[in-house]
Design a protein around this ligand. Sequence first.
Ligand code: G6P
Length: 606
Amino acid sequence: MCGIVGILGAKPVAGDLVDALRRLEYRGYDSAGIATVENGHLDRRRAEGKLKNLELRLSNHPLQGRAGIGHTRWATHGRPVERNAHPHMNGRVAVVHNGIIENFQELKGELAAKGHEFQTETDTETVLHLVTDYLDQGLPPVEAARMALERLSGAFALGLIFAGHDNLMIGARQGPPLAVGHGEGEMYLGSDAIALAPFTDMVTYLEDGDWVVLTREGAEIHDMTGRRVERPMVKSIASALLVDKGNYRHFMAKEIHEQPEVIGHTLANYLDMAAGKVVFPELGADLAKISRVTISACGTAHYAGLVGKYWLERYARIPVEIDIASEFRYRESPLPEDGLAIFVSQSGETADTLASLRYCKAGGQRIASVVNVRSSTIARESHVILPTLAGPEIGVASTKAFTCQLSVLACLAIAIGRARGAVGADQEKELVRALTEVPRHLTTILRSESLYESLAVSLHKAKDVLYLGRGPSYPIALEGALKLKEISYIHAEGYAAGELKHGPIALIDENVPVVVVAPENDLFEKTVSNMQEVAARGGQIILISDATPDKAGCKLQTHLQMPHAHPFISPLLYAVPVQLIAYHTAVVMGTDVDQPRNLAKSVTVE
Ligand code: G6P
């Protein structure tokens, strides 16, 4: 979603605002803008499209103010054109906003009736007029903002500055995250700590309903009842270095290549490798007594959960209910007694996942979240956090966060299996040993990247691509198709291989590449039969398997040889070839790999 930033600086802040927006650009990149208070007056620069357009505008028409706010937008209300870009501003106040003001129609009607003229199609502009209305009534800025905040409903993070007030900024959080950064005689506001990393590593995360009055001297935080509150100042681990592309052309490439290392870190957090045991944090529930596991997540994180279901059912022998969070939250699904609910989210801020969490919490479930951002809302509202140690993921299409989520879920399946007596000590050792092999195997797979580059040259001409898999390879097929369509814009579908004949086989002809994810396990023969059905109809088969090509029994367009490994870890290994296929195809297509059109990394609206 949108990213917001604010700086009360000792010198002109436009350059630093743009620098911070660059680190927030993964959240939205339809348009960007900044506003500052200069000699008591508000002035702004905005530009449609990527941040570089705004930079160009600023180099021609600089801003000199020492107090400023900035925004990078992912459009919700109103097209992504300059007119709708933030900051929204009049002569008295400027505002940046992430989220949705749900009652904006009602407020807009009321304000328009009072004579306020609306210039844009955005919900955000109502905030501007509302605050102005209170200023017009003679209220000082802080009071005007407080009164306006009381009228807003929905999910939002806001930043406000005022004409004539060079040492004042107001931030507010209801839903989407907002952090206050503490500097030396300077103060900051940002959608996440990464945005503020080069300026300060001392941050305070606002809680839901909080609003803050910033001056260069410090921050005064109030909760939703208006009471002054203290929130802890923490040392942020987001370092500016971590969000550098290094020698890679794209963040996505860097993040794909980081996987052996970050999976190693994540596994080390849950495994005693020497003893061959899983060492899991206390879930605060007797694992042996859990009656059912409910998993809910969105996008790639949902596919990680789907692999988790296969593992939990097969190895821990526990029933699992899983759904995408946008459906689950409204399904009114009955929840069992002694149920464990797991929420998987890289950002920890996805609105639908958070709503599902709250539903399950109200329904008496034990809440565990597999999150990459430990300071996130989902993490904070969970009974137990099961962190992934992927480090900041900047590419909008998730890669390393996905495989780290898988790593945690694999450990969880073993832990629950052990507690329920479904996994004995020997099997635990065997599975743990298999997991410790993952980083080594991934390094091998990543060495054959040139194969994927050649494959991409033919794949990029396709209009449709099918991905097939069975068992835990089915979610990997779904993830492969999602990755390809997200970043190359080629239409792709993932299917359970056995379902092929119930529909998608009608699409097969010599122009349709079919990627088959088929480790040589107990389901291999079945998948091979489905593959032959494709071959018989002229489909171009790309087989990802540790089996030798002769075992396919049909003509292959490409065979991507995988290392032999324990079947338990196949999803972790086979996730990487489907990422590489998508990445290299997108590179050949020349798309914007890290910031694909219309997508946002952290989806804080429904
Ligand atoms: C967006 C991102 C996906 C991500 C999904 C869920 O759609 O583009 O990469 O999988 O949100 O995000 P989360 O932060 O909850 O994992």
